[in-house]
Design a protein around this ligand. Structure first.
Ligand SMILES: [Zn+2]
Length: 624
């Protein structure tokens, strides 16, 4: 099964890259760009900075000067995972040769007992596992193992899967009961071991994943704290907290362990934490990590748009968690969230050409920053205004690459009755339902257009159900079955059509994607009095390049009483552009305000921001 997550049970069955193929549209282009540009770009930077060469140097056994941060090994592993899925998708011989070369260099640095890390344990370095708080050794293993699972499921056993297995065995030996009974400061090993157990049938890996999950909250880390979720047991927490990527990787691992061990209490605990985080700690874009401080989930409703962190990796991690919840429960609300994150975090995190990236994805950029140098990595804390080719902490580019390479699997699932379509993109779905072939082809230019046409390509005469997610914003959606009858479907529910389909039968879903105003809960102080525009699943933003005289977006106010207008593929709002000045930005409620000049201002998709030169930008627009 060519898929990253394959639970032994659950409401929905995931499909593999050989069963779902994206055939065009935005995600088809993204997937192609990932293959043609992003993977090579990451490889280039990993070589250029010496992060791959760390493995060559470690293999010599002599003291060496190491390049990169303590977690840089993980970037090579995430790229290996991207390559593995891409090879699994296309069978590219060039990429296969590249993967083999990379495998050889990684394997050379592995020690006899399976230990593998270029930062610790070599002559002149700190001893192994001497800094579990910040050393990231188990975190790096987690990414190596996930790449191993990708390889195992796309090509079967090989040199790479063998080295991943040796690492996993070493972890069980070293960190099992009676061993080092502690955790890593950055979760990731849990989700990886649980999946390796699924892929190999080796229950020892699942037990080790369970031990790591249960040890959280045991305060085995110095300064045990909320930042790395060591302040309380996973099952005792009420909400996602601390460092966002850590919290979401941990949640994904906890769900996997809960599903495989039948631990309903643990599953419900994580599900509750997710919903509370969505209700109080998530940006409109689906961005998680509501604040710059600690790249963390902040307090409830503390969602500052300009200081939003919303790391690209947190987007990847949110999709990981939501996907697991979707597979287990079948609740399409999780697919809604995957869509929101996909369009508004992942899609914009990489430039259209796939060679520059955002690390943080704030919803408000106050300054029109110039492009970073194309040949130097940017300090990640500076990320914001423009995409950079690489960062000193460059977790995001390779994380995006592996997600884009596997993206097709998020489009659909199956069960005993039929196929569920969760994300709308031109694609083919060809699988078995209850032992019989059932194949569909999806044609759509969504979200530019709200029509999705599903054509039955193959069915052996049995009655089947095709379910299409109707997003929660899609008031007024309709579905038309093969019988030609059109009926309304409620937003937030699935549009299901059951029939003994014949090849050529069509189902048409219509989703109203017209632009709409969205208002924030008044408890979100940072954007009170503001409004945003969404169009279908896409969050829009204003950029200074679209304002009269390229005025700063700080000078913009909008009239949310007037509906946004769509014309020639662009969305416009009625606005005022001010030219304010003064010595004191406060005054009495009756002081005459500068009314500004009325203007119709074009908004652009947030994911397409920062593609037309330096600009200030904002999603939440103050009302006039
Ligand atoms: Zn990142």
């Amino acid at each position: 099964m060519r898929t990253p997550v394959h639970p032994s049970g659950g409401a929905l069955r995931p499909l593999g890259l050989d069963e779902v193929r994206i055939t065009g549209g935005y995600w088809g282009r993204r997937q192609q760009t990932n293959a043609d540009a992003t993977i090579g770009h990451c490889l280039h930077w990993l070589e250029k900075l010496g992060w791959i060469a760390n493995f060559d140097r470690a293999a010599t056994g002599a003291p060496f000067e190491r390049a990169g941060r303590e977690f840089s090994d993980s970037e090579i592993y995430k790229l290996a995972e991207a390559m593995a899925w891409e090879i699994g998708r296309t069978g590219s011989p060039e990429l296969e040769a590249e993967f083999a070369r990379l495998t050889e260099r990684i394997a050379a640095a592995q020690e006899d007992d399976g230990y593998l890390n270029t930062m610790f344990g070599h002559p002149g370095q700190a001893p192994r596992y001497s800094d579990l708080e910040w050393g990231h050794e188990l975190y790096c293993y987690g990414h190596l193992i996930q790449a191993g699972v990708a390889r195992l499921r796309t090509r079967g056993e090989d040199a790479f899967t063998a080295l991943a297995r040796r690492v996993a065995d070493h972890v069980c030996d070293a960190f099992g009961a009676g061993g080092i009974e502690r955790i890593c400061g950055h979760p990731e090993i849990e989700v990886a071991l649980a999946e390796l157990a699924r892929a190999t049938g080796e229950t020892r890996y699942l037990e080790q994943a369970r031990l790591f999950i249960e040890r959280h909250g045991g305060r085995t880390l110095a300064d045990a704290g909320e930042y790395y979720q060591d302040d309380m047991p996973v099952r005792a927490a009420e909400v996602l907290r601390g460092h966002a990527v850590r919290a979401l990787y941990l949640s994904s691992g906890a769900i996997d362990v809960a599903v495989e061990t039948g631990d309903e209490e643990l599953f419900e605990a994580v599900r509750r934490q997710w919903h509370r985080a969505l209700a109080r700690r998530t940006h409109l874009t689906g961005g998680m990590g509501s604040q710059y401080q600690d790249e963390a989930f902040g307090r409830d409703f503390a969602l500052p748009p300009d200081r939003a962190y919303s790391e690209s990796c947190a987007g990847v991690a949110a999709v990981m968690t939501a996907w697991r919840l979707l597979l287990q429960t079948g609740d399409a609300a999780y697919a809604d969230m995957i869509e929101r994150v996909s369009w508004n975090v992942l899609a914009g995190a990489a430039a259209p050409d796939g060679t520059s990236f955002f690390y943080a994805n704030p919803l408000h950029q106050r300054t029109a920053d110039p492009d970073p140098a194309p040949d130097r990595e940017l300090p990640h804390v500076q990320g914001g205004g423009r995409r950079a080719p690489w960062y000193d902490v460059s977790c995001c580019p390779t994380n995006l690459a592996r997600t884009f390479a596997q993206y097709a699997i998020y489009l659909a699932t199956a069960d005993r009755q039929g196929i569920q379509i969760h994300q709308f993109a031109p694609c083919t779905i060809d699988t078995e339902v209850d032992g019989e072939r059932f194949a569909l082809a999806v044609a759509t230019s969504y979200p530019d257009d709200g029509t999705v046409v599903v054509r039955v390509e193959a069915n052996q005469g049995s009655e089947r159900t095709v379910s299409l997610r109707v997003p929660v914003w899609a008031e007024g959606a309709t579905v038309t079955g093969p019988d030609g009858e059109t009926r309304p479907v409620a937003a937030g529910r699935a549009a299901s059509v059951t029939a003994a389909f014949a090849p050529g039968d069509e189902i048409r879903l219509h989703l109203p994607v017209e632009p709409r105003w969205t208002m924030p809960d008044p408890r979100i102080d940072a954007v009170r009095g503001c409004a945003a525009v969404e169009r279908g699943p896409v969050v829009l933003c204003a950029e200074s390049v679209d304002l009269p005289g390229e005025a700063d977006v700080a000078e913009l106010t909008v009239d949310a009483a007037a509906l946004p207008i769509e014309r020639d593929g662009s969305v416009y709002v009625a606005a005022q552009v001010h030219d304010r000045d003064g010595d004191w930005p406060y005054g009495s409620p009756t002081a005459p305000d500068d009314e500004g000049k009325s203007a119709e201002v074009a908004l652009v998709p947030f994911h397409r921001r920062a593609t037309r030169g330096p600009a200030s930008m904002r999603v939440w627009l103050p009302q006039s």
